[in-house]
Design a protein around this ligand. Structure first.
Ligand code: G1P
Length: 303
């Protein structure tokens, strides 16, 4: 997406925000891994002029590969090749930052006439929680479009698209426990007027009819073409391609566009790693128990 990533300046002065490392992989790699893990092997990156590094990351790097090969460094070679082996990755440029709906429309020619998924680069969903695979199942079962929903404190709904549910489709009694029928959606409502505290998070499985709807969707909130507005139209449409359902997510999600959430992602994912957790966890525990004593040494004293 053609956002500027100003929240992470100066880190994002010359580096796209999607390339900021979460432990040792750029955030965008987790998102492509998630798509591949849900069986989606064709990935279209919607990038922009300043985001060439993202395209390069999913391509081969012959110079680096030859250097690693010459050294016989198999482990680093594996790490380098992992990103270009993940999926069949394509890209398209969004020439102007005209909103998420416009970014999705940039994929029209590539997608064709089949349901497809949209994954926003700022949201990291823990792969152990299988959200996207669940959404693909729900779409196959019910047709129409599917969005991921998260219950958030009411005063935070103005950061998100917000869903209105069909009567009787309350979150805790959804048709299958986690699936609800959506009757309306509003982009970043004032908390006082919000239809619920269910926020749309950055995962969508969409019917291709969303493209013709987007073509007719005028700019909305912030003067941008909003995907939420197009989905609002589809929610009210009966027949083929119409209807929107929500999958209520109760797993681990990190908004890497927010600094504190980004740090939580780094800490949680690093401490879950077999190669880093055993060293990181005891240190973290000790530091927390010290009451975050800033003078605590970072290394054990040399005997
Ligand atoms: C976008 C969408 C919004 C959605 C959010 C999820 O907003 O417009 O409906 O809730 O992503 O992260 P953005 O975060 O780009 O402002």
């Amino acid at each position: 997406m053609a956002g500027l990533g100003t929240r992470f300046l100066p880190a994002t002065k010359a580096t796209p925000k999607e390339m900021l490392p979460v432990v040792d992989k750029p955030a965008i790699q987790y998102v492509v891994e998630e798509a591949a893990g849900a069986g989606l092997s064709d990935v279209l990156l919607v990038t922009s002029r300043s985001k060439k590094a993202i395209e390069d990351h999913f391509d081969r790097n012959p110079e680096l590969e030859s250097a690693l090969e010459a050294k016989g460094d198999d482990a680093r070679m594996e790490a380098t090749r992992a990103s270009d082996r993940l999926a069949d990755v394509h890209s398209v440029r969004q020439g102007e930052a005209k909103g998420l709906g416009h970014a999705v429309l940039c994929g029209k020619g590539h997608v064709g006439d089949e349901p497809f998924a949209v994954l926003l680069g700022d949201d990291l969903i823990d792969e152990r929680d299988h959200l996207l695979a669940r959404m693909v199942d729900v779409q196959e079962q019910h047709g129409g479009s599917v969005v991921a929903l998260l219950e958030v404190p009411r005063d935070q709904v103005d950061l998100y698209g917000c869903a209105e549910l069909a009567p009787g489709s309350a979150v805790d009694q959804g048709e299958e426990g986690d699936v609800v029928t959506i009757t309306g959606m509003v982009e970043k409502p004032d908390p006082a007027d919000a239809p619920s505290n269910l926020a749309i998070i950055g995962r969508y499985v969409l019917d291709p009819s969303v493209f013709e709807v987007l073509e007719d969707t005028p700019p909305g909130k912030g003067g941008e073409i909003q995907l939420t507005d197009a989905l609002q139209t589809l929610a009210g449409r009966e027949g083929p391609g119409g209807g929107v359902r929500g999958v209520v997510f109760r797993g681990r999600r990190y908004d890497t566009g927010d600094k504190v959430e980004y740090l939580k992602a780094v800490i949680r994912l690093a401490s879950a790693r077999a190669d880093l957790g055993p060293d990181l966890q005891p240190w973290l525990k000790e530091w927390v128990e010290s009451g975050f004593d800033d003078s605590m040494p970072t290394h054990a004293p040399v005997e």
